[in-house]
Design a binder for this molecule. Structure first.
Ligand code: SAM
Length: 372
């Protein structure tokens, strides 16, 4: 079976490594994702364990589309009843990525898919096209260079939605980005980790999951993944894979994880989120400024997502960057450092020598991961 896991372009290398760790070596790197072959069991595992994938889709057809007739002919060959269930509404998302594909027109492409599903021989009635319904099954058509790759989204809600996020912090990182930062920094859970600007705790919680070998999506509710609503869903196999993953979770951290923020109310959000993520008992929380931190161990990894200038003002941000730089140089010189900063941040004020800089996107904000 062919699948596509999507992710931001900048983190494809991390996703590729995650897939390799699952034993999936036959990978084809796409612009914003990776196509791979996997049997059902491996694919089920991928849905639960991939930390940096945004979505996953099952590829059900690939055909050439010189024009609308070719598109209709390709769609007609799809055995829709072996993928879709009658009672589950669906929507269609075309990605027409070059002028020729755009010439087909989005409404016409959607209409052709709807027609081919309505004409298919379902045992009961054909499923209903309804983009307005909550969480419909999404059929994705990626058309480029005269080829259509048609997939069915099997994730449902985006995979950064682990199920534990609470409101209460204005600048949270996506869980997938926090995991990518940790993996890019080479974190495996074997060394002490400190996030001294933890905000809602995203980095520390994802770090605990990595260190404990805990599957990031394991606490999603029953029927939460779109794949559970597709024809051919193998519930016993899904349960077996989930149970195996629960069994491989470790019961203690190999090295401590510290999460701290200058604002006590954010530390409380982090603690409550960690509780929902069922890792609170593994984390060590405190409320204090970064300026008061001394290394809690001789070596380790300090990771921080620094505040943005527009939130706290230029003068304050400049002073903070100077402080971060001097705390790191004076006290954490034996630690590895990973700092996520906006591209236009006053990085020179840190006066740190970076060994690598990785460009990333934090939502719409262009950011850099500075590895020291
Ligand atoms: C961009 S937010 C971190 C968000 C976090 N990564 C998350 O996902 O929720 C930056 C955090 O730095 C904290 N902060 C600002 N100045 C600080 C200081 N001097 N010491 C410690 N924390 C500070 C802020 O309270 C804020 O929560």
């Amino acid at each position: 079976m062919k699948w596509i896991a999507t992710c931001p372009h900048e983190t494809v290398v991390v996703l590729a490594a995650e897939l390799s760790a699952l034993g999936i070596h036959d990978q084809q790197v796409l612009h914003r994702g990776i196509a791979f072959d996997a049997d059902l069991e491996t694919a089920y595992r991928a849905h639960l364990v991939l930390r940096t994938a945004s979505r996953i889709q099952r590829v059900v057809a690939e055909f050439s589309v010189e024009d609308m007739n070719a598109l209709r002919a390709g769609l007609q060959k799809i055995a829709w009843p072996s993928f879709l269930r009658s009672h589950r509404p669906f929507t269609v998302t075309p990605a027409l990525t070059d002028p020729h594909a755009q010439g087909l027109g989005e409404p016409a492409v959607i209409e052709a898919v709807v027609q081919s599903i309505q004409n298919a021989a379902f045992e009961k009635s054909a499923p209903r096209f309804d983009p307005e319904v909550d969480n419909p099954i999404t059929i994705v058509l990626f058309i480029r260079n005269g080829t259509c790759v048609l997939g069915i989204d099997t994730a449902g809600r985006a995979l950064h939605k682990r199920g534990w996020r609470l409101t209460g912090h204005p600048a949270v990182l996506k869980e997938t980005l926090a995991a990518a930062i940790l993996l890019l920094a080479g974190y495996t859970g074997q060394e002490p980790l400190l996030d001294p600007m933890c905000g809602s705790g995203t980095i520390a919680i994802e770090a605990a999951y990595i260190a404990l070998h805990k599957a990031p999506l394991i606490h999603r509710g029953k029927d939460d993944f779109a794949l559970e609503h597709l024809a051919g869903f193998d519930r016993p196999l899904w349960r077996r894979v989930s149970d195996q993953l629960r069994a491989t979770k470790m019961n203690a951290l190999p090295a401590p994880i510290y999460a701290s923020d200058i604002r006590a109310e954010y530390v409380e959000v982090a603690r409550a989120s960690a509780l929902r993520a069922r890792v609170e008992k593994y984390l060590e929380f405190s409320a204090k400024p970064l300026q008061e931190w001394v290394p809690p161990a001789p070596t380790g990894l300090l990771v921080a997502n620094l505040p943005y200038g527009e939130r706290i003002g230029v003068g304050a941000i400049n002073a903070l960057y100077r402080d971060v730089g001097s705390v790191i140089k004076e006290r954490f010189s034996n630690w590895r450092i990973a700092l996520l900063v906006p591209n236009d941040a006053p990085i020179h004020l840190l006066t740190l020598k970076t060994r690598q800089e990785v460009t990333l996107m934090n939502g719409a904000l262009a950011v850099k991961l500075l590895l020291v």
